[in-house]
Design a protein around this ligand. Structure first.
Ligand SMILES: Nc1ncnc2c1ncn2[C@@H]1O[C@H](COP(=O)(O)OP(=O)(O)OP(=O)(O)O)[C@@H](O)[C@H]1O
Length: 696
């Protein structure tokens, strides 16, 4: 028996005081924690079942709605699916019935009690079951494919629509409720499919179990007394004990496991280092790659003979008392043993056949009970799956959007966006500290503003607030004199050209990457696209690509090939070559080239949209000095009629031209003014500037 002890009282903040303490135990390098089972278990089983069905009633409407939708998507296939499932569920019971009839004929044939006709029916029935079962299984595979593809075609567009509809804040919440979507595993995620799978299991296991019980009872009740009673007792004892025994499976008895073993954790890390290509280059460069085997050996020795296999407590019967396992096995085998023991005293064909029937029936029912416990999901979970799907589809933004158009048509044209921060504080979700603290800044239309400060001082957060990617926790932001929250956010963002800190390319063509967000409203010509690329300094790189502006860029993660990059199982070199022949050409792209392409995108936007604000958030850190200067000069040239905010760690020529420099530290604005004024102050800004430009 493994060590088992109660959770220490210091963990009471994790476990509410009214709950019984968790059970924790050690198994090898792992610690396993699970809920304390409170005896007697059969009463809690019944209570859990009743509760489950009452809760299910609340969500039943969602399940009904989803089932109706699936039916409307593929009515004929669904009916066939249900029929095939029902047939497969009862086929074991039918075989049992046929077997019983054949035995009955053998036992009573000579007495004339069993007719030849019933024997013929039994034989035909058995034969029919044997050929119809595989046909049903094949049909189920075919029906699954059809239903799944229709589910995908029906629900995925709705989920995509819901996902892009909600704001950044709510997206996080919705992703947790989007069933299986949200992580972009397009080929394998089928909304509604697991709901149908669970229903299939519930239907199949329930019908299978009860049909087998019914057939067994029918066969037993036809026996003469007292054999009937003995057989009956033997038959029900095993299912009864299995049902009463506390479940050892994860469906009802969940557990968590973690490891605190330091050598084991280090061993895992070293193993990852040895096999992950992402670390290899750095390890080689640092001459650390050859240390891995010796370090691995060292921790392996420290670990010694500790068991490292992941814990499977139900397999070793850890979640329930030992006597339940004993009882389960005893009721399965003992009746047969007893029956066999009495055979020498009353040997007859009837007894032998009864043993055979009993053996078949008990095994089948035992297996069905096992499947019932292992595979079937509680009805409540099935209903909840349907609810999640509809919740995800109807997911709404938490931040209410404003209704005023931007720019305000009544105000006529302006020199750019006016921005005013009034005592703004920002605290991100689940953070203890404010990212911005009481920030008050006024930016006039057409100004060139530089935001400087150390890492983490809140520069990017300031920009996120202007784009309304999040809302301030306190204070107010005004755009052109009105609260930002009163404007339609899409309108405000359409008036901004944003060069982000991290250049992100999309799994689309080079052309689409440059024109992102403009089409279909604007249909840029090739000449306009080339012009933007030239301003971003990426024409030479694009001209080297095989398909130029039409070259597809490789996605940041693999969305195309699915499982194992398009392979399954062990494949030959010839197959690998065949796959490579059909794969798209991959494009390698450096950090600086990415930034140039994203700069071209920003220029494209400035050239072809009504831009009031240009924001550059450190978007040129990977560029060489000459390219950075050229790109900045282009931005500067396009500046008239627009406000421009530039976040930077590099103090270039623009510092002297800036109308205002905002110097930030630890979420607060510590200095504000022009370069000369701030240098005279000899404060935080002068310190940063002198550290980089010592000759100044
Ligand atoms: N999404 C987020 N969730 C939680 N905390 C965040 C988030 N984004 C930023 N922060 C925290 O807010 C603070 C300010 O971050 P911000 O990115 O605005 O700083 P920054 O001045 O732009 O930094 P850097 O110069 O390194 O880009 C940091 O402490 C950061 O860890």
């Amino acid at each position: 028996m493994p060590d088992e002890k109660k959770l220490p009282s210091c963990n009471m903040d994790v476990v509410p005081p009214s709950d019984p303490p968790l059970r924790i135990m050690k198994q090898g390098v792992y610690v396993v924690a699970y809920e304390n089972l409170s005896p007697p278990c059969w009463t809690s089983n019944i209570r859990a079942w009743t509760e489950q069905y009452f809760v299910s009633l609340t969500y039943l409407s969602y399940a009904r709605r989803l089932l109706r939708e699936i039916f409307l998507l593929a009515p004929g296939v669904l009916i066939g699916y249900i029929c095939a499932t029902l047939w497969l569920s009862i086929s074991d019971a039918l075989i049992l019935f046929c077997l019983g009839s054949i035995f009955n004929f053998v036992e009573n044939g000579s007495t004339g009690l069993a007719s030849q006709e019933s024997l013929n029916i039994a034989i035909k029935g058995g034969f029919f079951c044997a050929i119809f079962g595989p046909a049903c299984n094949r049909f189920l595979g075919y029906a699954n494919d059809i239903i799944n593809s229709r589910l995908k075609a029906h629900f995925l567009p709705q989920l995509v629509e819901a996902s892009v509809r909600v704001d950044m804040y709510s997206t996080q919440d919705c992703y947790t409720i989007f069933p299986g979507t949200g992580r972009g595993h397009f080929p394998s995620d089928i909304p509604g499919a697991s709901f149908l799978q669970d229903l299939y299991h519930i239907l199949r296991t329930t019908v299978a179990l009860w049909s087998q019980v019914a057939v067994l009872m029918y066969a037993v009740l036809r026996k003469p007394s007292p054999e009937r009673e003995v057989l009956f007792l033997f038959c029900i004892s095993h299912p009864l004990v299995r049902w009463l025994a506390p479940s050892n499976v994860t469906a009802t008895q969940g557990y968590i496991f973690y490891t605190l073993n330091v050598p084991f954790k280090r061993m895992r890390s070293l193993y990852n280092l040895a096999f992950s290509s992402q670390y290899r280059e750095e390890l080689v460069l640092n001459g650390a790659v050859n240390d891995i085997p010796s370090e691995y050996q060292k921790v392996a020795e420290q670990l010694g003979n500790e068991i490292v296999t992941e814990p499977v407590p139900w397999a070793s019967g850890l979640c329930r008392r030992w006597y339940w396992d004993f009882l389960v096995n005893l009721t399965l085998d003992l009746p047969l043993v007893i029956y066999a023991l009495v055979l020498p005293y009353r040997l007859s064909p009837s007894s032998v056949l009864s043993i055979a029937l009993l053996q078949q029936a008990t095994n089948k029912i035992s297996r069905s009970i096992g499947e019932y416990g292992m595979n079937s999901t509680p009805i409540k979970s099935v209903c909840l799956k349907a609810k999640w799907l509809y919740d995800a589809i109807s997911c709404e933004s938490k931040i209410p959007d404003g209704s005023n158009p931007y720019p305000d048509p009544s105000q006529g044209s302006s020199d750019g966006m006016t921005i005013s921060f009034r005592q703004v504080s920002l605290r991100y979700n689940k953070c203890n500290n404010n990212a911005l603290e009481n920030v008050s800044v006024d930016i006039a239309a057409g100004q060139l503003v530089l935001v400087v400060g150390t890492n983490g001082s809140g520069k990017s957060s300031l920009l996120k607030l202007i784009a309304r990617l999040c809302d301030p926790t306190e204070g107010e932001i005004r755009i052109d004199g009105n609260p930002l929250s009163t404007y339609n956010s899409d309108n405000v963002r359409a008036s901004m050209a944003f060069l982000p800190q991290l250049p992100l390319l999309f799994p689309m063509s080079v052309k689409e990457n440059i024109c992102l967000g403009l089409m279909p409203l604007v249909q840029p010509t090739n000449k306009q696209i080339q012009e933007a690329a030239k301003m971003g300094g990426c024409t030479r790189w694009i001209s080297r690509l095989q398909n130029g502006y039409d070259t597809q860029l490789k996605p940041t993660y693999d969305i195309g090939n699915g499982l194992n990059e398009g392979t399954y199982g062990v494949i030959s070199a010839r197959l690998r070559k065949e796959l490579a022949r059909h794969e798209k050409q991959t494009v390698t792209i450096s950090g600086g080239e990415k930034q140039r392409l994203v700069a071209a995108r920003t220029f494209m936007r400035i050239n072809h949209a009504d831009i009031k604000l240009i924001v550059i958030d450190e978007g040129m850190s990977a560029l060489d000095v000459v390219t950075e200067r050229d790109i900045l000069s282009e931005f500067h040239r396009l500046r008239p009629g627009k406000t421009m905010i530039l976040v930077t760690h590099r103090f270039h020529h623009l510092v002297k031209e800036a109308d205002q420099i905002i110097c930030m530290k630890e979420g607060s604005v510590v200095e504000l003014g022009k370069h000369s004024h701030l240098m005279e102050n000899n404060g935080e800004y002068a310190k940063l500037y002198n550290a980089q430009v010592p000759s100044a």
